[in-house]
Design a binder for this molecule. Structure first.
Ligand SMILES: Cc1cc2nc3c(=O)[nH]c(=O)nc-3n(C[C@H](O)[C@H](O)[C@H](O)COP(=O)(O)OP(=O)(O)OC[C@H]3O[C@@H](n4cnc5c(N)ncnc54)[C@H](O)[C@@H]3O)c2cc1C
Length: 465
């Protein structure tokens, strides 16, 4: 960000996860002046860098919850805008599959909840119909519920597109800017960061796993406590993607959505996530026993997975709290909006959350004129089912052969608005180093192209053990 010591922003958003990026986009499109402060070297340095990448319908969400409302709004808006941002979708649908009599008995309730939640195309599906759709599934399946609107999306290009559209409409992104002090004086917030002090009329706390800490910093107390919940994943080799077309979901419980088996937009098949409480807010370690259990679990349902090579394993941390629903609240007198506890559904709900947060902001009485012409920056396509750069003229040499990443893709990710800030950010923008060899062959070439422009960051995913 260019030094702007005298600038007063309408809103300072703390945290460039998917939620902060979507909020920045919404506020910029409504004409507000926006600064987004992120302690990492790039967007998606927290919870948003590792998830299951499912665009949920909300069929199993708690009825009448804010989470349900934001998911439904987010799902609809994503599908309405995605083509203008060049965001891919795999319209897989999902099957909630029952594997024992107890689960079978709960399927009626799953269908009823879906209809009550307004997801009316959800319907019971027989064992015969399931096996006709999914011929590599184990014959032990007893029945299910079909959820046609559950899809797979790109977990990294999606928030990048939101961030780029925000930047195209004037939003400033400041990285390496951990907010270490927040003071309110004369109706303005003064936020101190290693990159300088920022003044803003309103603060939006989208700090994810550190949301409660930011509340304590500003007010010496927080209405919620973050309790990180780890989810581990196994990513199977690309040949596994042919084994399953539809997302396979377990019968949900009140506690968890459970472990899913789903294709990825990048042409793999994943199984996960687990749900493990931990104190550490930063470290998302994988362990061999859990990964073996996940692989065995997947192979019980899709037997051909038993001998399938594993490309990668990874884990993410959900910013869960002591309560299930989102912790979104606004205080116009203090010029503060809290967006906390966006636990398991933030990728889906981000656009809906952003609209809800802007509606709260309207009550602060700051009216601005939206821009006349909306800019729609297109993000590069990384989806395997659509034409990749390596098939297009002038792409230059392929640098990462596992993921077919070209020199042009890497160079473009290092330039322009919001270039990759660290090695993890470059991987998420290009997929270089995320394939079978996990960067063994291309790491040196990628580093040479980057030419010292990147900070190092923990790789996502990590190599299979
Ligand atoms: C295992 C797992 C599976 C999931 N699966 C799905 C799914 O399939 N579909 C779906 O819709 N959702 C899914 N999610 C949920 C989704 O990933 C999260 O809801 C979402 O990432 C939360 O985003 P956030 O922006 O609130 O938080 P974060 O991504 O954590 O962003 C907060 C940012 O704030 C920054 N920050 C923190 N403190 C400060 C400070 N003081 N100053 C400056 N910056 C700060 C952090 O560095 C971070 O980048 C899953 C999550 C996990 C972990």
């Amino acid at each position: 960000m260019a030094e702007q010591p005298n600038q007063i922003f309408d809103v300072a958003i703390v945290g460039a996860g998917v939620v902060g990026c979507a909020i920045a986009r919404k506020f910029a499109l409504e004409g507000a002046s926006v600064v987004l402060l992120e302690k990492g070297a790039d967007i998606l340095s927290g919870a948003s860098k590792a998830n299951s990448a499912i665009l949920h319908t909300g069929f199993d969400a708690p009825p009448a919850s804010l989470e349900l409302a934001c998911m439904k709004a987010g799902h609809a808006e994503f599908l309405a805008i995605r083509q203008r941002l060049n965001l891919p979708v795999l319209e897989t649908g999902a099957i909630v599959a029952a594997w024992d009599d107890e689960q079978l008995a709960r399927l009626d309730a799953v269908e009823e909840r879906a209809h009550a939640n307004g997801v009316t195309d959800v319907r019971r599906i027989s064992r015969v119909e399931i096996l006709a759709r999914e011929q590599r599934l184990s014959g032990a399946v007893l029945g299910g519920v079909l959820v046609p609107g559950e899809h797979v999306i790109d977990p990294w290009s999606t928030p990048l597109a939101y961030a780029r559209q925000a930047a195209a409409h004037g939003a400033c992104f400041v990285f390496g800017a951990e907010v270490g002090e927040a003071k309110r004086r004369d109706d303005l917030w003064l936020l101190r960061t290693p990159k300088g002090a920022i003044r803003a009329r309103v603060v939006v706390n989208a700090a994810g796993l550190f949301g409660d800490r930011l509340e304590q910093l500003a007010f010496e107390r927080s209405a919620f406590e973050i309790r990180p919940r780890k989810g581990q994943f196994v990513v199977f080799d690309k040949q596994a993607a042919a084994l399953l077309g539809t997302i396979l979901l377990p019968v949900p419980t009140e506690q968890t959505k459970g472990v899913v088996i789903a294709r990825t937009i990048f042409g793999n098949l994943l199984v996960g996530p687990t749900a493990e409480e931990q104190d550490d807010r930063c470290r998302a370690a994988v362990d061999e026993q859990t990964l073996n259990d996940l692989t065995a679990f997947a192979a019980r349902m899709v037997p051909d997975l038993r001998d399938m090579p594993v490309t990668a394993v990874y884990a993410g941390l959900r910013p869960a709290t002591e309560k299930k629903d989102y912790r979104i609240a606004s205080d116009p007198a203090k010029g503060w909006i809290t967006v906390g506890g966006i636990r398991s559904t933030g990728l889906t709900a981000a656009l809906g959350i952003a609209t809800h947060v802007f509606d709260l902001f309207r009550a602060f009485g700051l009216s601005r004129s939206p821009p006349q012409d909306i800019i729609w920056p297109m993000v590069p396509n990384l989806a395997e089912h659509l034409p990749r750069d390596c098939t297009l003229p002038g792409c230059g040499e392929i640098v990462c052969h596992c993921e077919r990443v070209t020199r042009r893709e890497i160079e473009q990710a290092l330039q322009g608005p919001l270039p990759a800030g660290d090695t993890g950010g470059l991987k998420r923008r290009t997929r270089a180093g995320m394939g079978r060899c996990q960067g063994f062959y291309c790491q040196a070439d990628v580093a040479e192209i980057a030419g010292g422009r990147l900070a190092s960051a923990a790789a996502t995913p990590t190599r299979a053990p």
